[in-house]
Ligand binder design. Structure first.
Ligand SMILES: [Zn+2]
Length: 433
């Protein structure tokens, strides 16, 4: 059973070791690079050590720098301790800091630009405006001063010139979510640039998205959890964790649902960080009512409508993955006629305008069909449907792989799709009967 990440009760040592492991596993830091710290209620700063393998960091490796400067632990504190301390001194609202050199954000830092987070609504919402700190020697007090100056302006995320990024959070999960979302946005923009020109949402469009008042289903009076319902909870959690581990979902965004019985279904909640989703977070929707005390995904109405209209659809994944988002943020054609597998799994994926996913809009359930199992929503997400959840996940993986191949082939030349005749041949052999 997966341990629940609890920022209130889990020891700073454990929080730092877990988040470092996650960042390393997702390819967001190297063996020696990056550092993470947490300030506790005594004002002591817990920080990852200098010179210890980030790929196998243990809670016992974490160092504590007391308020009076005494260092407790088995190692030296990270050489970047001075800037962590400088940020904490001026920002009482920040209790966790993550610094690393993730490749896409470094790309921005070496061309000396700040990624524009208006590209996706959640990115702007989670990251906030981004600061920019001029170059200084790593580990120096001067670097600490430059970074602190940016945080003093109110930023929670800063690009460090020719170096990397540093983000703060109200707690460790808040910091991790911001770090992960910022690197994700940078990737979507970079990959997008290889296939087209990113388009951005206006502040008004983002506000309209964030201010939608979710239509809350009424609460059910009594709730029961038969074994088949429990099995589906487990199934959803496993797929969400797998999607996070494989870069197909980030903490701040993504909804998964599975049909349970008739038109009743189980769906992920709103707001819970996806990496840490637990079986009791999942929300049961039965006879148009929600499990009491729980807040299902804001897109519940959409899932409800899809299940009601499409008896063949038994699971839905709505997510953002970096290569698919390259197409969603640019509007470049996502042509799945790359290899037989891609076309058989996806057929032609339609790109729909931003706003179509808003509450009350019914176009998506109308467009979906056995010939259109997946759709892309501009500057928002990709929605994939299928029978079994594993099949839907596989379809999502195929879509992300196809998008990756299309992005990767761009510098070599124009992709040559398989022909209409070849597509018809695939249809008659693999999809008919
Ligand atoms: Zn660094």
């Amino acid at each position: 059973m997966k341990e629940t990440f609890n920022t209130q009760l889990m020891h700073p040592r454990d929080q730092i070791a877990i988040i470092m492991g996650r960042i390393y596993k997702r390819g967001l830091t190297t063996t020696s690079g990056g550092n993470i710290s947490l300030r506790d209620e005594n004002g002591d700063i817990w920080i990852s050590p200098a010179g210890v393998d980030k790929g196998s960091l243990q809670p016992s490796d974490i160092v504590c720098v007391k308020k009076d400067g005494t260092v407790v632990g088995n190692h030296r504190a990270s050489s970047e301790f001075p800037f962590h301390k400088a940020i904490y001194e001026i920002r009482p609202d920040i209790t966790a800091i993550i610094h690393a050199h993730p490749p896409a954000l470094v790309s921005f830092s070496i061309v000396r630009e700040i990624p524009r987070t208006n590209v996706i609504s959640q990115a702007k919402h989670v990251c906030g405006p981004i600061g920019y700190a001029a170059y200084e020697l790593p580990g120096s007090a001067a670097l600490g001063a430059k970074i602190a100056e940016e945080f003093l302006k109110g930023f929670k995320a800063v690009i460090m010139e020719n170096h990397g990024t540093v983000v703060g959070g109200s707690d460790m999960l808040d910091a991790f979510q911001r770090f992960e979302t910022l690197e994700f946005s940078a990737r979507a923009l970079l990959y997008g640039k290889l296939v087209g020109e990113p388009s951005y949402l206006t502040d008004e469009e983002i506000d309209a998205f964030e201010e939608q008042i979710p239509h809350l289903l009424p609460e059910m009076e009594e709730v029961s959890h038969p074994s088949d319902e429990r099995a589906k909870r487990q199934e959803i959690c496993k797929i969400v964790h797998r999607a996070c581990n494989h870069g197909l979902m980030i903490s701040s965004y993504g909804t998964v649902s599975v049909r349970w019985q008739g038109n009743d279904f189980l769906i992920t909640p709103t707001g819970t960080p996806r990496w840490d989703l637990q079986i009791d977070d999942i929300v049961q929707i039965k006879d148009g009512k929600r499990e009491p005390g729980k807040m299902p995904s804001r897109t519940t109405y959409l899932h409800q409508e899809i299940y009601a209209r499409h008896p063949e659809i038994n699971s839905i994944i709505l997510t953002q993955s970096p290569y698919l988002m390259a197409f969603a943020v640019t509007g470049a054609q996502f042509n799945v006629r790359t290899i037989p597998e891609s076309w058989i799994f996806l057929q032609d994926v339609r790109s729909l305008p931003f706003g179509i996913q808003f509450k009350g809009r019914m176009e998506i359930p109308e467009i979906l069909s056995t010939d259109n199992p997946a759709v892309m929503i501009r500057n928002d997400s990709v929605l994939v449907t299928g029978d079994k959840l594993l099949q839907t996940f596989d379809r999502l993986e195929v879509a992300e792989f196809s998008a990756k191949s299309l992005v990767m082939c761009a510098p070599f030349g124009k992709m040559v799709p398989i022909s209409d005749e070849q597509v018809e041949e695939l249809r008659s052999v693999f999809l008919k009967g």
